[in-house]
Design a protein around this ligand. Structure first.
Ligand SMILES: Cc1cc2nc3c(=O)[nH]c(=O)nc-3n(C[C@H](O)[C@H](O)[C@H](O)COP(=O)(O)O)c2cc1C
Length: 368
């Protein structure tokens, strides 16, 4: 791969911001302090993360809310459009888009991602998702096909996307797509294609990542499980002869004291949990996805706190130590999400990043 995408930069443990394009962020809570996804706040956080050396900003692709009295996650910005806007106001970080293969045609996606890649000078990234929510697909008149066939569609989608950006001009008659005399111009600055990520943790999802993704999103329930996941994913990669970096998702409450952090975590993820939305998400995910371990679905605080992701709760020392452990388990990096990204990211940047720099996992931002 050529290009200077920061996802291939020198830091041994990479950091990203996840889901700030969506109201509620990664939490499923009714707490009034929750993330409201106002555009000026998204801009401010993007600039802050960019200046602090975060490797990526990654959005959720979502078309409707989780229902219940506040319809959590209903408000979200479309990711390709947002990507072009963020590309124009950032300088270093990778600007990811998230695309549903069944809802966005690969010819359209190739041109849109190439556009963002040119606006950003080679910093575009693509997160490929095969989807999990029938109601969302109903809005497009699309069918959520059987689980593993969704990945067959993903493979076909990816082949078309990658061939277009490699500069090919071709006809294709497949099971899911038919294209005639297709090409795209411009192609991406990154060659032969932009950095890719995929977000599917089932066996079929891992096999897909081994072919199409540079990074696979995985959802560990704890550090032991993180190590187990890495060895399982590595096995799939070895069989495929291609290795994707493994990326985690985490939600962070970082405060001066452990008590303060835990108290706030309990407040937004237990006391103020959005239980109707939580039931909806758990039910739909259990029925259609293999990404999240069953035990995690029963841990309601973790689901309300961060959709079942790894909780990083405590002092800067504790949060930094947990991140180091994720690295030792074999993770290439993780995304971090906060209840209020704008309010809480500065503390993380000021207090946790220097600790990671001391360990050598990350370099100080040049000029800092
Ligand atoms: C980290 C992560 C991020 C995801 N992001 C999205 C997303 O933005 N939109 C979406 O519809 N699905 C998203 N998904 C779900 C994928 O659509 C995935 O296809 C679904 O979980 C079913 O596949 P699986 O059983 O292989 O996980 C995400 C999944 C994970 C693990």
């Amino acid at each position: 791969m050529t290009g200077d995408n920061p996802m291939f930069g020198p830091n041994d443990f990479k950091l990203g911001i996840w889901r700030m394009n969506c109201e509620g962020g990664l939490a499923i809570t009714k707490a009034p302090e929750r993330w409201r996804a106002k555009w000026e706040d998204i801009e401010a956080v993007a600039k802050m993360a960019d200046a602090a050396g975060f490797e990526l900003i990654l959005p959720l692709a979502r078309w409707r809310g989780y229902g219940g009295s506040i319809d959590n996650a209903a408000l979200s910005y479309e990711t390709l459009t947002q990507g072009a806007a963020l590309a124009a106001i950032t300088e270093n970080t990778s600007i990811f888009v998230t695309v549903h293969v069944a809802l966005v045609h690969p010819v359209f996606a190739a041109k849109a991602v190439a556009t963002i890649d040119h606006v950003s000078g080679g910093r575009a990234g693509l997160n490929i998702v095969c989807g999990w929510n029938q109601e969302e697909f109903d809005m497009f008149g699309a069918e959520l096909i059987d689980h593993d066939r969704r990945y067959d569609q993903g493979f076909e989608w990816y082949d078309i996307f990658a061939r277009l950006l490699a500069g090919e001009r071709f006809d294709h008659e497949g099971e899911f797509y038919s294209v005639k005399d297709a090409y795209t111009s411009p192609v991406t600055v990154q060659r032969p294609r932009p950095v890719t990520m995929s977000a599917g943790g089932s066996a079929a999802g891992r096999a897909f990542a081994a072919k199409a993704a540079d990074f696979l999103f995985a959802v560990p329930r704890d550090l032991d499980h993180a190590r187990q996941l890495v060895s399982e994913i590595e096995e799939t990669s070895s069989q495929a002869g291609r290795h994707a970096g493994i990326f985690g998702i985490s939600h962070v409450v970082c405060r001066e004291t452990q008590e303060e952090a835990e108290e706030f975590y309990d407040y937004y993820a237990v006391e103020m949990a959005d239980n109707e939305a939580l039931d909806y998400w758990v039910g739909a995910k259990q029925a259609t996805s293999g990404s999240v371990p069953d035990e995690v679905f029963r841990q309601r605080r973790r689901v309300a706190g961060g959709h079942g992701s790894v909780p990083l709760i405590g002092t800067p020392d504790k949060v930094a130590a947990d991140l180091v452990e994720l690295h030792k388990a074999g993770f290439a990096g993780t995304t971090v999400s906060f209840l209020d990204f704008k309010k809480e990211l500065p503390f993380f940047v000021d207090r946790v990043l220097p600790l990671l720099e001391e360990t050598g996992l990350r370099r100080p931002v040049s000029g800092a």
